[in-house]
Design a protein around this ligand. Structure first.
Ligand code: PEP
Ligand code: MN
Length: 342
């Protein structure tokens, strides 16, 4: 259910409607827009008595939202969400006209490795650095990440180079720490339907980058995001990272057609991960070009200074010099489409 307020409704009127909703045992989500505020209602299992809300001052109408997802839907908010990520060198904006680049190694391996990658990335002008301190690996015998010492290395990268940090939380315990150290909390493909983790991310005070599960439908993907918003965190970025298909020439099939499909349904920004999406270094540049052209709001790219020695995903990691040329191509395409690359 959605309560649409008049464009001149006062803050006090919005607050009274929210209070009324909460007094009915429901949750109110005021969503300010350019023209008007809408208030999403969640927590109802059946129909709500509309009369009581519709007669309140400042209310235009109450409309039922028929989609399974509500807060992520365009019904609730027609303008694109612009996620603001504070970093030591200023705010990074994602969504609407703003296109974002995130780069860094798959995993935090050592301090030397992260500082070397960061040093070589800094001149490219990229503002967000990625790297997993907690690695969800298919095999229990593969490198699992450094955990807290890895987060401390990322903290150092942040301090020395001014990058905003994007890193993954794999469970509620690591999310507490990631929330403390990172600027963006990443939820990985394998955890897209870890509902307790999604709820915890929804209570976090930092933006969330939610990756699509490797066999998740679009509805499931959007419902996973809905979990985060329903807990009160509206700063969510989606990320397509390839899905499983019968195609046997790449690690995953990068579903770029999901970009316009998301845009038709949701106001949330969507990033593309061409590294996990293809699994091969030589495919990263062409798919990056295609992603920008298809309307993505950003790219998440694995970059390593010595990919052949990487502890994870070296074959899909590009060199910092390769990232630099990728960035200039992406910038050219983004400019053509009136997007600002920050
Ligand atoms: C990652 O980005 O580090 C990662 C593990 O990706 P995914 O969850 O998409 O496999
Ligand atoms: Mn990886």
């Amino acid at each position: 259910m959605l309560v649409v307020m008049q464009s001149h409704a006062t803050d006090e009127q919005v607050r009274l409607v929210c209070d009324k909703i909460e007094s009915l045992g429901l949750k109110a989500h005021p969503i300010p827009g350019a023209g008007r505020t809408a208030i999403g209602i969640t927590g109802n299992n059946g129909a709500i008595d509309l009369g009581v809300l519709e007669s309140m001052p400042g209310v235009i109408e109450c409309i039922p939202v028929t989609k399974p997802y509500k807060l992520v839907s365009l019904d609730v908010k027609t303008e694109p969400t612009i996620v603001r990520i504070p970093t030591p060198t200023g705010d990074v904006l994602v969504g609407g006209p703003h296109f974002v680049m995130v780069a860094g190694p798959c995993a935090v391996e050592t301090e030397e490795q992260c500082l070397a990658v960061a040093e070589q990335l800094q001149p490219t002008g990229v503002h967000l650095f990625r790297g997993g301190a907690y690695k969800p690996r298919t095999s229990p015998y593969s490198f699992q990440g450094l955990g807290l010492p890895g987060l401390k290395i990322l903290e150092k990268v942040r301090k020395i180079y001014g990058f905003g940090i994007v890193t993954e939380a794999i469970d509620n315990e690591s999310l507490d720490l990631v929330e403390e150290y990172a600027d963006v909390i990443q939820i990985g493909a394998r955890n897209m339907q870890n509902f307790s983790l999604l709820k915890r991310a929804g209570r976090a005070k930092k933006p969330v980058l939610l990756k699509r599960g490797m066999s998740a439908t679009l509805d499931e993907f959007l419902m996973a995001a809905e979990y985060i918003l329903s807990e009160g965190n509206y700063n969510v970025m989606l990320c397509e990272r390839g899905v499983r298909t019968f195609s046997d020439f790449s690690r995953n099939t990068l579903d770029l057609a999901v970009i316009p499909a998301v845009k038709k349904r949701s106001h949330l920004p969507i990033l593309i991960d061409p590294s996990h999406g293809t699994g091969k270094r030589h495919k990263v540049l062409p798919m990056s070009r295609a992603a920008v052209a298809a309307g993505a709001d950003g790219l998440l790219v694995e970059v390593h200074h010595q990919p052949e020695q990487a502890l994870s995903d070296g074959v899909q990691s590009i060199l910092p010099s390769g990232f630099s040329s990728l960035l200039s191509e992406v910038r050219a395409i983004a400019t053509l489409l009136h997007r600002h690359l920050n």
